[in-house]
Design a protein around this ligand. Structure first.
Ligand SMILES: [Zn+2]
Length: 72
C-alpha cells in the first residue's frame, strides 16, 4: 500500500511560509489586490487598506486567512 505518488509529500505544504520564492496575494472584495513576498508586509498593507478604505480593523489572522499563497 501507499506506493504511488511518493514524491508528493515534499514541498507541497500550503502552510510553508518561509519560502523566499513565495508570493502572497490578497484580493479584497472591493477589487483591490495586494501582493507581497512577505507575510509581515502583506499584513501591513492589507490591514492598512482595510482600515483606510473600508474602516475595518483586520487582525493578522484575518489577513492570512484571506491570503492566497503561490510559490514561484
Ligand atoms: Zn478593499
Amino acid at each position: 500500500m501507499a506506493t504511488f505518488n511518493t514524491q508528493s509529500g515534499m514541498g507541497n505544504q500550503p502552510t510553508a511560509r518561509n519560502d523566499p520564492d513565495m508570493t502572497l496575494t490578497v484580493k479584497c472584495y472591493c477589487g483591490a489586490v495586494v501582493q507581497t513576498d512577505s507575510e509581515d508586509e502583506l499584513v501591513a498593507q492589507v490591514s492598512a487598506h482595510a482600515l483606510s478604505v473600508h474602516d475595518v480593523d483586520l487582525s493578522r489572522t484575518d489577513v492570512l486567512a484571506m491570503a492566497n499563497i503561490a510559490e514561484g
